[in-house]
Design a protein around this ligand. Sequence first.
Ligand code: SF4
Length: 472
Amino acid sequence: MEVRSMHFKRRAHAALGDGTLQANLQKFGTAGLAALRARAVDAYGHAEFERLRDAGAEIRDRSLATLDTLIERFEREATRRGATVLFARTRAEARELVLEICRRHGLTKAVKSKSMLSEEAGLNDALAEAGITPVETDLGEYIIQLAGEAPSHIIAPAVHKSKDEVADLFERFHDQPRKTDIPEMTREAREALRRHFVSADLGISGANFLIAETGSGVIVTNEGNGRMVTTLPRVHVAITGIEKVIPTLEDLSTLLRLLTRSATGQPISNYVSFFTGPKAAADRDGPEHMYFVLVDGGRTNLVGSDMQAMLRCIRCGACMNHCPVYKTVGGHAYGWVYPGPMGSVLTPSYVGLENALDLPHAATLCNQCGVVCPVRIPLPDLLRKLREKQVDRGLRPWTERLGLRLWAWAAQRPQIYALGTWWAARYLRFLGGGLKRITRLPLAGRGWTLTRDFPAPPGKTFRELYAKRRRG
Ligand code: SF4
């Protein structure tokens, strides 16, 4: 998928002015998922859930600390059970490996269950160019594939679409009378997808986790499409990031309890599917050939760095469901595969800080994301670190860097700082006039005051008020 994260501000601006999108975002209410999570945590018990979060973070840290040996063990066990494990250093290599598998087995049609790595690698376009038809089978992914769009949420990819927009798409592509009843629409999509399931020769899935002790991949879904993708076609390719390996099934049981409650508020998802090698002689169904494509794509750069905690991510989406910025502008504004706070850290880390300049700033640092993250990723801290790196590397606009330097110089000289703030407080009060609101801030972008007035300060600095109080 093309990286368009450089244009976050422009896209966010467009999203704010898009009435349909705003209505859709409000209607879906990422708040809906947030409320479901809150109910699930209530039911589980807050103290108990906090302990579960500790355990989840510990498992992910332990896995990352021994990632190399875990990957080797996973490869050994998966190979012993008949799967082929392939490694890709880059997203381009991952694409090439999948295409090579298609050529080797003469494959022509792929049914896919959700895989963020395949989005990262732009796999659908590569397959289509090679003459292989990719069909997304997760309902949300299917909708956006029909619309020719990218996912806007990692677990609810079509959250930006209204029911009417989906009804229009189905009418156009299914050659059926337009329906607006959701169960009927779902049935229609299911019928359309059934034809693809039985005619596809390749199944492509992601993996929520890879289990080192058994060489298995695990996916959680609510629609059952993952199970069809991984068992019906004669070849199955699971494509995922190398950081997904965890040691044992016991660890999986802890992480699953966290993942589904944090994502959709469910104690467990409708389907938890394991795939361990191809069909055995005694199996009634399953693929004849099974491949794991494990992709680095920038992940090893984070191992051992001050950003390593981000690799704990189990892709639950809770951070975006609670993020005021995501809830206002939606996922497309972030310009790549991962939106919300996790995307604002992952995107610059994977595609380069210089290609995603605004993302570390696309946050209020309110720490809602940090509070809900099931594996305790300190997202605001990581965003701050990225901001620091931008300043260190001279990637911020010269005006901002000059302003910060001036501020730092003054902040180290209390008398000058006091004089500056004394002057600024009075000047801003003057600008506010009788209304006590500033409609245009000098030296600041128009965005600060375009849709709201800036409250004018009362005219005295904190230092003055504090000194007066002490005197009193
Ligand atoms: S960063 Fe945390 S909250 Fe966000 S998707 Fe990853 S695990 Fe979930």
